[in-house]
Design a protein. Structure first.
Length: 321
């Protein structure tokens, strides 16, 4: 009889399906991260560095995983198998997350509006874009929060006219394109430059702007918030006691912040709020980043919508001096 002792005592390796599954997911992660970076290159390079770091980490970890799993690995017990299955599911969820977080990239005319000239000086850092009047700013400043996953540069053409009118505009670059991750941007700005400021935002950015506006300050301090400007947005909480100026600018064809949503928000805003509905405008026309899933179909051109959005915004700023 042949001696089978050596065979029986040899360490068991992971089944082939497990190894190939892990390799496949690692390869998928690497390819997905590279494709996402290439197809949204401008937004990745000019956005908050958090997303670029996520993509780079995905490529590195995926590459290391591919290299390590070229060789057979010990099968381990049931607990090891469970941990590997959890790792596989977590990896798939991670790939889905970075794909969902892919930013809406800025397009023209926003890109052209990022150039400095004799009227507006444009500066850009890793966390903000500043549109400053070439002469000393005379009006109240504007702190602007972009909509979810929308590149900050996408609002340059809409906000540049405010800077041309004498208002310094600071556009927040939000980590992963999520305004909630930029909470506290107002405090940092006030510490640097003083006030007052109008906090503004589009969509989810407007909701965060409303939270910033509603923050209570000690009675012996002057609030740095002079007003609230909502673009296709509404507050999440009751702001009826806010004593600053408020303007809500919306679109009649908005499929995301619908006219019904805007109408319902009246109950949460001060009675003095100025509501302006842009006839024929859709959600994505409040920036320059292309179409957005779930949005309505606009019946006016981007130029017409932008001009009316700017005019309604300037009315609020002019009222504050």
């Amino acid at each position: 009889m042949a001696d089978t002792t050596a065979h029986d005592d040899a360490p068991r390796t992971s089944p082939a399906w497990e190894a190939w599954t892990i390799r496949g997911i690692a390869a998928l992660a690497v390819v997905a991260a590279i494709v996402l970076a290439l197809t949204a290159w401008g937004a990745v390079v000019h956005g908050h560095p958090a997303y670029a770091i996520m993509l780079a980490a995905t490529v590195v970890i995926g590459g290391v995983t591919l290299w390590r799993w070229r060789r057979p690995r010990r099968a381990g017990g049931a607990a090891t198998l469970v941990l590997r299955l959890i790792g596989i599911l977590a990896s798939l969820a991670w790939v889905a997350l970075i794909a969902w977080l892919r930013p809406f990239s800025a397009i023209e005319p926003a890109l052209a509006a990022m150039t400095s000239d004799a009227t507006v000086t444009v500066t850009e850092t890793a966390t903000r874009i500043v549109l400053a009047p070439a002469s000393d700013a005379e009006g109240v400043g504007v702190l602007f929060y972009p909509g979810a996953r929308v590149e900050a540069r996408a609002y340059a053409a809409h906000l540049r006219p405010l800077a041309e009118a004498g208002h310094e505009v600071v556009i927040v670059k939000e980590p992963l394109g999520i305004a909630f991750l930029s909470m506290g941007a107002l405090d940092s700005l006030v510490d640097e430059r003083g006030g007052p400021w109008v906090v503004a935002g589009h969509s989810l950015g407007g909701t965060v702007a409303a939270i910033e506006a509603g923050v209570a300050y000690p009675t012996d301090e002057v609030s740095p918030v002079a007003g609230l400007l909502l673009w296709a947005s509404y507050p999440a909480d009751d702001l009826t006691s806010f004593d600053g100026a408020v303007a809500s600018v919306s679109g009649s064809e908005d499929g995301l912040a619908t006219p019904a949503d805007i109408d319902a928000s009246r109950a949460d805003l001060p009675a003095s709020t100025a509501f302006t509905e842009i006839e024929g405008a859709a959600h994505a026309q409040f920036g320059s980043y292309g179409a957005q899933p779930g949005d309505g179909d606009p019946t006016v051109s981007d130029d017409v919508a932008r001009a009316q959005i700017v005019a309604a915004s300037l009315q609020l700023l002019d009222s504050l001096g």
